[in-house]
Design a protein around this ligand. Structure first.
Ligand code: NAP
Length: 318
């Protein structure tokens, strides 16, 4: 057994980034709406009831599509948990450059715009999408207070943040930070690579992820793992890269042995962490969503967990 966690406490989140179709200014199409509805139905049938958004996804179209679905099924809202993020301003600067903005007014304005697009009165959780070097903890706390006191946001989380950011933000406000959404997968392992690189001369040792898992575990902050399937990298039929090819083989060998789809082996690898990890899967293909849900019951042995990690590393542990 890899952790003391019971499989019944596991959950998955459906990432809605792709729901608005292309990243362009074209209007939402009927095909986008049908694809989103089919993905939401597959998620609900698989026991997945948390949906992840951001104000920037497909320039707001992902939330618009989801909002239309909610409007057409009024009973759905209370059966699900909706989270969204703000703090990234696309095309805000010269030559269309991206800026970050965690000022009080921007957080409030954007949250109200999110609610309008989603056609709902409240968000279950609002995430600050990325750290803004100009952020002021007191302003963030004021925004949280404004939103929570009006019943507009129930909980607050952060994304792509170091433990020092979380400490700073949490220290300014009386609202706990309930989750940190980070890229974490078999193919993107900085969170654990930095933790085992103590006193080693390599770049991983100084990564900004150093100590982050232990901190989140200690503070009971959930890690929401984005891109948990590496966009299908280890699920494709073949690859020119030897390490990827070997990992693909290992994932499929374990899938055969545990008699589950390969997607669920990749997610079970994340679930084995002692800190609570909730993968945010991004596929909108119903069969893949259902394959991912099989991970809720898979427990990799310690040996298989390590063998898979080391195969994906391509080099032995120090
Ligand atoms: N906080 C952040 O900064 C941040 C950043 C990025 C993403 N996110 C969140 O994380 C979610 C997931 O991210 P992601 O889409 O990169 O995650 P992912 O689950 O690793 O990848 C899913 C994507 O890979 C494609 N894919 C191709 N082959 C696949 C296969 N064999 N199995 C499964 N998927 C395959 C899917 O296409 P199909 O849909 O056609 O199956 C989908 O576009 C997003 O929706 C978003 O909510 C957060």
């Amino acid at each position: 057994m890899m952790s003391a966690e019971s499989t019944s406490s596991r959950s998955l989140i459906l990432g809605c980034m792709g729901m608005g179709g292309a990243w362009d200014q074209n209007p939402v199409s009927g095909a986008d709406e049908t694809r989103a509805a089919n993905a939401v139905d597959a998620a609900l049938e698989s026991g997945i009831s948390i949906f992840d958004h951001a104000d920037i996804y497909t320039f707001g179209k992902a939330e618009t599509v989801f909002g239309r679905l909610l409007a057409s099924r009024p009973s759905l809202r209370q059966a699900i948990h909706i989270q969204s993020k703000t703090g990234i301003r696309l095309n805000a600067g010269e030559n269309g450059s991206t800026h970050y903005d965690l000022s009080r007014n921007y957080i409030i304005e954007q949250t109200l715009a999110i609610l309008k697009r989603l056609q709902t009165d409240y968000l279950d959780t609002l995430f600050l999408h990325r750290p803004d070097p100009l952020m002021d903890g007191a302003e963030i706390a004021a925004a949280f207070e404004w939103l929570h006191s009006r019943g507009v946001v129930r909980f607050f989380g952060v994304s792509n943040m170091h433990l020092k950011h979380i400490r700073y933000i949490a220290g300014q406000s009386h609202f706990p930070i309930v989750a940190n959404q980070l890229q974490f997968s078999l193919g993107h392992r900085l969170l654990i690579e930095s933790d085992i690189s103590v006193n080693q001369k390599n770049t991983e040792a100084t990564a900004s992820t150093d100590g982050l898992l232990a901190y989140c575990h200690d503070q009971e902050i959930m890690i929401q793992a984005w891109s948990p399937l590496d966009k299908g990298k280890y699920l494709q039929p073949d690859s020119d890269d030897t390490t990827t090819k070997n990992t693909n083989r290992k994932v499929h060998e374990l899938a055969d042995r545990y008699q589950v789809p390969p997607e669920s082996v990749l997610l079970a690898w994340l679930f084995a962490m002692p800190v609570r990890v909730v993968p945010v899967i991004g596929t909108l293909t119903p069969s893949r969503i259902k394959a991912c849900a099989r991970s809720l019951d898979v427990r990799l042995s310690r040996k298989d967990w390590y063998d898979l990690w080391i195969t994906a590393r391509g080099v032995p542990l120090p």
